[in-house]
Ligand binder design. Structure first.
Ligand SMILES: C[S@@+](CC[C@H](N)C(=O)[O-])C[C@H]1O[C@@H](n2cnc3c(N)ncnc32)[C@H](O)[C@@H]1O
Length: 209
């Protein structure tokens, strides 16, 4: 059985590299594989590359996005839990970052996040608090992924992309069907940085119709 209390190689590496959680390596892999974030360059685009991060706490993905994009980007993030301020070096205080602590299914949170769009990229690492029942956890994860997809429908600009975490085992076929209706490309991908025993995977939507 996995020992989630003990920091493993990836958890220790992330802390050494300035991130509160090992999840940053999953996003790095997703970005390397699918080119989700624009590569760096000396010229700055006229409008910032806007990213929405759902289920952002403790903040590794947000920090990764802010460090890659710098002033070329704007990031809005939401989570029920607060962000960790241990590694952000002031990035969470900058004008190109907005965070709301709230339930992403609530109207207030949704309004606050949608009003800062439209976005070019939606990231969702949302995960339910696990109960020990795989069936319950999978259903809750799928429901969060469906909510993230609702956000994608309303908040992503045409041509935008999305990466959404889902626990395997539920009706992911209908999720993928919905993704393929909304995006020109839809596929699943399991980063190597996921724990071997984890049943999570990511669904990718590229080029919103
Ligand atoms: C795996 S963690 C995200 C880790 C994050 N991507 C990072 O790199 O630091 C999943 C997050 O989903 C959040 N979450 C779960 N259900 C939520 C909901 N209904 N509204 C907002 N956040 C939620 C949890 O609070 C948790 O922080």
């Amino acid at each position: 059985m996995a020992n989630y209390g003990k920091p493993d190689f990836w958890a220790l590496k992330s802390q050494k590299e300035g991130y509160p959680a090992r999840s940053v390596y999953k996003l790095r892999e997703l970005n390397e594989k699918f080119g989700l974030l624009p590569a760096g360059g000396s010229c700055r685009p006229s409008s910032p590359f806007r990213v929405l991060d759902l289920g952002a706490a403790p903040g590794s993905w947000s920090l990764y996005v802010l460090r890659i994009l710098g002033d070329r980007g704007f990031l809005a993030a939401g989570d029920i839990s607060p962000l960790s301020r241990r590694y952000d070096q002031g990035l969470f205080d900058r004008d190109n970052f907005f965070f709301i602590q709230g339930d992403i299914t609530s109207e207030d949170t949704r309004d606050a996040l949608l009003s800062r769009g439209p976005y070019r990229l939606l990231l969702s690492d949302l995960a339910p608090a696990t109960t020990g029942s795989r069936q319950v956890d999978t259903l809750r994860s799928l429901s969060l992924a469906e909510t993230a997809l609702d956000y994608a429908g309303d908040a992503l600009a045409q041509g935008g992309s999305m990466a959404v975490k889902v626990f395997q085992g539920g009706d992911t076929a209908s999720l993928l069907k919905r993704i393929r209706e909304l995006f020109r490309t839809g596929k699943s991908f399991k980063p190597q940085a996921c724990r071997r025993e984890s049943f999570e995977t990511y669904y990718i939507g590229l080029d919103k119709k």
